[in-house]
Design a protein around this ligand. Structure first.
Ligand SMILES: [Zn+2]
Length: 467
């Protein structure tokens, strides 16, 4: 029980507009928004003068506590809380066998059901609320039996990849789309053509092209578009909701957009990530940053970054996520060969201020539009109507954001396990002041002030994409 709190004098920002006013919190929920004077006498009053009062951000693409990311649920969710993210959706992976995993055979590897159970048990470590996507990584038809129960358990989105040792063939993916369409669930797909990327990678390895500038060349933009085209066509044919994961290039975005125009937003949605709009492949020419910038799919050109931002601004790309994954600098720099370096980048703590600086401070997006792509849309798309909104009756997940506060990103302040940041040294205007999860203050002025275990596992609904 958190009692009553009024956050007054702020600029209240919702997905549909902003106004000078107050937010009234009672018993974990938003009780009212509007004029402070009309609220009954509350317990705590917080003055948010000069600050924005927004719904807590919802990041639907986060990797914690897995074979390929160092964060525990506590470190990762602390980074989220400091970054104004009050809900994240992580992945439960059906175990697979390759050089990166500890399992000797498919029989030893965890089933999807076991993976889900393990991640659900992490609630005692988590500061903010979280949900799970389930990732199908093997072509074993027994998984359909598991999926039935998993969907009923509030895990209403299933991820598949076309590549990376966990790639699923078009044939198997098609059967998953049909299954999910029948249930009204969401399919999310990481798309890169494995054949072209595989051949290019082998060629560069053969030719000794170890330098990081060859990394983006090994996974060119058209391979992302090709695989997206296949996947979205299959999804449309079966009537399955399709969510394009971490769109990085104009070519891939164009494929999804034209499908969206033809078939409607009820079936096709997509995200991009902060780093694909903020950085370009130039990073691979910088000896120090190149290994840290190894992200899959790779960072692209200036023109790609610009068109992604354009698509986000026009509401065509619906979501800005992080694809957060933590590594140590030592891990990222252990090899001179780009192909031996683990892919991924940590950004839960910085995504909101970075995107605010990029999109709002530049005058290209409004605060409401930021709330749409970082809070409201992801909550609605993934069946979390209680989240991402300041609507009375929804969860009191709130971020108070100081739009004028300047700071320089310093990885020494990372709450995540990673000891570096791709954003290191960036001077940003706009910082998270306070983060509330269901009415409780969890982060205050750069400090975690709640205990792990405050967060809940969220059972998600089957979503409606008719907005
Ligand atoms: Zn990812």
């Amino acid at each position: 029980m958190t009692g009553e709190t009024v956050i007054k004098n702020g600029t209240v920002v919702t997905e549909s507009g902003s106004f000078q006013g107050s937010v009234y919190i009672k018993d974990e929920k938003i009780k009212a928004i509007g004029d402070h004077e009309s609220f009954s006498s509350p317990g705590t009053i917080i003055d948010a003068e000069g600050k924005l009062v927004m719904p807590g951000m919802v990041d639907p693409h986060v990797h914690l506590d897995d074979v390929f990311t160092m964060d525990s649920y506590e470190s990762g969710s602390s980074a989220a809380a400091l970054g104004g993210i009050t809900t994240f959706i992580d992945f439960a992976w059906q175990g697979w066998v390759d050089e990166t995993t500890p399992w000797g055979s498919a029989e030893e590897a965890p089933s999807l059901t076991q993976a889900v159970a393990r991640k659900k048990s992490k609630a005692s470590e988590v500061l903010v609320d979280y949900g799970l996507h389930a990732s199908v990584t093997r072509e074993d038809i027994r998984v359909f039996e598991e999926l039935r129960d998993i969907l009923a358990d509030g895990i209403t989105s299933i991820k598949m990849l076309t590549i990376n040792g966990v790639g699923i063939s078009n044939g198997f993916m098609d059967s998953v789309f049909r299954f999910l369409a029948d249930k009204g669930a969401v399919a999310m797909v990481h798309t890169e053509d494995p054949s072209v990327c595989g051949h290019l990678t082998e060629k560069f390895q053969r030719e000794g092209k170890t330098d990081f500038v060859w990394f983006p060349e090994s996974r060119p933009d058209y391979t992302e578009a090709m695989a997206a085209d296949d996947a979205v066509q299959m999804a449309i044919e079966s009537g399955c909701k399709y969510y394009g994961v971490h769109t990085t290039s104009k070519k891939a975005a164009d494929v999804l957009v034209s499908s969206q125009l033809k078939h409607g937003k009820e079936l096709v949605r997509a995200e991009t990530c902060t780093h694909y709009m903020k950085f370009t492949e130039e990073i691979y020419e910088d000896e120090e940053k190149a290994p840290l910038g190894k992200i899959i799919p790779p960072l692209r050109t200036d023109a790609d970054a610009e068109s992604l931002l354009e698509y986000v601004m026009t509401g065509t790309l619906d979501v800005v996520s992080t694809d957060h994954g933590s590594y140590s600098r030592a891990d990222k720099t252990k090899s001179e060969n780009w192909w031996d370096v683990a892919p991924g980048s940590p950004s839960l703590q910085y995504s909101l201020p970075v995107f605010h600086d990029l999109a709002v401070n530049s005058g290209r997006m409004s605060y409401s539009e930021l709330v749409q792509v970082m809070a409201y849309n992801p909550a609605q798309l993934f069946g979390l109507p209680e989240k991402g909104s300041l609507e009375p009756g929804t969860d009191a997940d709130i971020v108070i954001f100081d739009p004028d506060k300047e700071f320089v990103v310093n990885s020494k302040n990372n709450a995540a396990a990673a000891d570096y940041s791709l954003y290191e040294g960036q001077k940003l205007t706009g910082a998270v002041d306070k983060t509330f999860v269901r009415g409780e203050l969890v982060a205050d002025n750069g400090h975690i002030v709640a205990e792990p275990g405050h967060g809940h596992f969220l059972e998600r609904e089957l979503p409606d994409w008719d907005f």
